[in-house]
Design a binder for this molecule. Sequence first.
Ligand code: AVI
Length: 320
Amino acid sequence: MALPSQSEEQIQDREFLRDVLEGLGRRQKALPCKYLYDETGSRLFERICELDDYYLTRAEADIFSKYLTDMARRIGPAALIVEPGAGNCKKVQQLLRQLDSPTGYYPIDISPEILMAAQGRMAAQLPGLTIRAVVGDFSDPEAWTGLMDFPACKKVVFFPGSTIGNFSPQHAEDLLAFFKSMLQPGDGLLIGTDLVKDAVVLERAYADSEHVTAAFNKNILVRINNELNADFDLALFAHRAFYHPLRQRVEMHLVSLKTHSVHIAGTRVYFEEGETIHTENSHKYSVAGFNCLLGKTGFTPVCHWSDIQRRYAVHYAQVN
Ligand code: AVI
């Protein structure tokens, strides 16, 4: 039996609908990249991280393996590691093992299921470590209030994965300034950034030969179809990723292959042939450029570690 079609009033996630209609109503159509990450999107992103073409994850892991002792020495004893957007808390484990008597671990994540499962695993793997998991939005000061229970110890914000690259330069500055406002002088920031490099290497990472990134990008349309009662035909859109050297970012788009229209919860949206939906930016930094951003937001760059090919960097900075 066919289900009755949902009108705008019947759609559950009104914020999602509002963002989609607003974004697709712009001259340059765009969708917020946070909507790439539903369950399927998160699984596809995990597959991206394992691809040969997507060097970022491996480069960062190599840097951590090689320089872990030095990182732990810079951080020093009895630190509390705070991880905004911790997810499955996998990356932090080797760091926590290496640190000299860490005071604890304070992961913040919006997803209670993922965070609680990770907390259980970590408690088993790192017995004796104090873990204070917080379910919430890491850009909300409320999520950080628990830090007041650890007044005397040094705090270090751990923000790996080049996540900062998905923020616009202004939002990246705002986010780092916000982290700084939650910390005290002498506290630290350990953060991963993808470095500016040859466009061919960058474009291969975001338009991989196995087409996993294409599936990840198109999944946003699947999600709109399923959750907002839309009728996007996936065959009428192609994945495109290119490096914009002036903006120092890889842009991800979905290109309409012909002139047509789509219905979204009763609203008709028109696409010209060749018109695109901009779905994500991934900003790349030079070490000097990132140090400048750190300086602007109240951090003093202390040092950075890079892989042999200088594809990626992990920076350590301290609050002034
Ligand atoms: C999550 N983030 C750091 C990834 C990146 O490289 O910007 C997201 C991604 N998009 C396509 N491939 C990976």
